[in-house]
Design a protein around this ligand. Structure first.
Ligand code: F0G
Length: 486
């Protein structure tokens, strides 16, 4: 399947993403007045996770479980085989995993973090180290929960927000060797590599780099675990950016990547536009070691806590990951928004990655110290003036260290997720318009402070409040410029 959008040219020369799908089910949206949006922020502790969708216009919180499903996925859900054990839906899921990811043994789990729990439970002992390109919130929480520690081994380029490096998610091979030397291979249960590294702006690794990681893992007899939640997009970017693979199919690229890993896990909420997860491997010994944990934590081995209907949707969704006209949709819209914002001077993570457009709150809110959570403040301010819900990916999303001290994020980002095939270009233009306005009025944004801080994954349910009356000042300026516009 080729990426036809690249072959379609506009007579005007305009370069915009063109959808190769039609919309057949729609959901009505509401844009509530700015005064209501401020109330909603107060009710939700200035935390966009705690907003109700009835107050949200464009939901750009995440692509997790919110990508549009295809007619074929919905159709397959109708022919699910309801059975506690031995369901044929699971057989179809196994076949899809073997065909698309090249792994024979599959353990179903209800979502990505459930896979992380099982892998950490099986392999992490107190004091262990898990080297990784970069952490993801839930991956790190599970590793530390079982007494392990993580080491992030990116190249310096990865931390440069405005960059041209095509593979900022690459693992630093020299640092990996040093890390193994320092801690000893026996203290490293596995190396974790994440596709389309989420928290640094959805940035991919190259296959050349993954081959290097594999070589080191083999040399030291350490397992290599691949977090494949965003594997499809990483593969698509490999095709665009890595010379060796420019003529390869998505199927070939994906198999090439999964082949290099001993164990692959994923959130199907991302990978297959449905809701669930999985752990897969060709190593029978690893499979047998993890197997008993699935009935313990998740459910029987042929459903793993998922509905059989979702399992059918995952199977179809995995095959659809190989369709470039589907997988390119989100990265192309992101690239459009990134370039549009960049042209207006708004600092964003470049090159455009996957999952969403990442806005640099550290620069936009340079007047807000990290102790007052600039990315959280930007997320709240942007919702207030637009009704668009993004997600804080900065220090609020960080966890405290083992002594309870605050740790500050390397990057303070506001993530505006663009789930696959959900938004139209005029909606993206609205985001561009409102973000440009907010950028021009950035001095009006103020900081936040915690009033309720949960002990684990605090960003989900944490409560914050503004440290001054900055939201009211922002509303006054909005009214001045937009009059009675929503
Ligand atoms: N790994 C990665 C790279 C992820 O992005 C996520 C989830 C998970 C694991 C956990 O999977 O949510 O199914 O339990 N990311 C979502 C996000 C939450 O919004 O980026 P899960």
């Amino acid at each position: 399947m080729s990426n036809n959008t690249e072959k379609i040219k506009f007579y005007s020369g305009e370069n915009i993403p063109l959808e190769l799908h039609k919309v057949r089910i729609v959901q009505k949206l509401h844009l509530v007045p700015i005064e209501r949006r401020l109330e909603a922020l107060h009710e939700g502790g200035f935390n966009t996770f705690r907003l109700d969708t009835k107050d949200v216009f464009l939901d750009m919180l995440t692509d997790s479980g919110t990508n549009a499903m295809s007619d074929k996925q919905l159709g397959a859900m109708m022919s699910a085989d309801d059975a506690y054990a031995g369901s044929q839906s699971f057989v179809r899921y196994q076949k899809a995993v073997e065909d698309v990811l090249g792994k024979k043994h599959l353990l179903p789990v209800h979502q990505g973090r459930a896979a992380e729990n099982i892998i950490s439970h099986a392999f992490i002992r107190k004091g262990n180290i898990v080297p990784m390109n970069y952490h993801f919130t839930t991956a790190m929480a599970h590793i530390t929960q079982y007494g392990g520690k993580i080491e992030e081994l990116l190249y310096d380029e990865a931390y440069v927000i405005s960059s041209k490096h095509p593979f900022k998610g690459n693992m630093n091979l020299e640092k990996l060797e040093e890390c193994i030397k320092k801690h000893g291979a026996s203290n490293i249960p596995y190396i974790r590599i994440e596709a389309s590294t989420n928290l640094i702006g959805g940035q991919p690794f190259s296959i050349e780099n993954l081959r290097g990681v594999r070589e080191i893992a083999t040399k030291h007899k350490i397992r290599l675990v691949l977090d494949a939640s965003l594997l499809g997009e990483n593969a698509w970017l490999v095709k665009q950016r890595e010379e060796e693979f420019k003529n390869s199919s998505m199927a070939e690229i994906i198999l090439c990547m999964t082949d290099l890993a001993d164990l692959v896990y994923f959130s199907a909420r991302k990978l297959s536009s449905s809701r669930g997860g999985g752990i897969c491997t060709n190593d029978y010994a690893i499979f047998k070691e993890l197997e008993p944990l699935v009935p313990l934590f998740e459910g029987f081995l042929t459903y793993g806590g998922m509905s059989v209907r979702e399992i059918e949707a995952i199977a179809v969704g995995l095959y659809e990951t190989l369709d470039e006209t589907m997988i390119c949709q989100s990265p192309q819209f992101i690239e459009y928004l990134v370039k549009a914002l960049e042209s207006k001077g708004v600092p964003v993570v470049t090159p455009a990655g996957v999952l969403g457009c990442h806005v640099d709150a550290m620069r936009i809110c340079a007047h807000i110290p990290q102790t007052q959570y600039p990315a959280g403040a930007l997320a709240a301010a942007f919702f207030l003036i637009s009704g668009v819900r993004g997600m804080e990916r900065g220090s609020v999303s960080n966890q405290r260290d083992e002594y309870g001290n605050e740790t500050y994020a390397d990057m303070e980002l506001l993530r505006l997720a663009i789930p696959r095939r959900v938004f139209t270009l005029s909606q993206i233009k609205y985001v561009e318009d409102r973000m440009t306005w907010l950028y021009e009025n950035r001095e009006l944004i103020g900081g936040l402070k915690f009033v309720y801080e949960p002990p684990v994954l605090r960003f989900f349910m944490g409560g914050l409040e503004p440290i001054s009356d900055w939201p009211e000042k922002l509303i006054a300026k909005f009214k001045e410029d937009f009059g009675d516009s929503l």
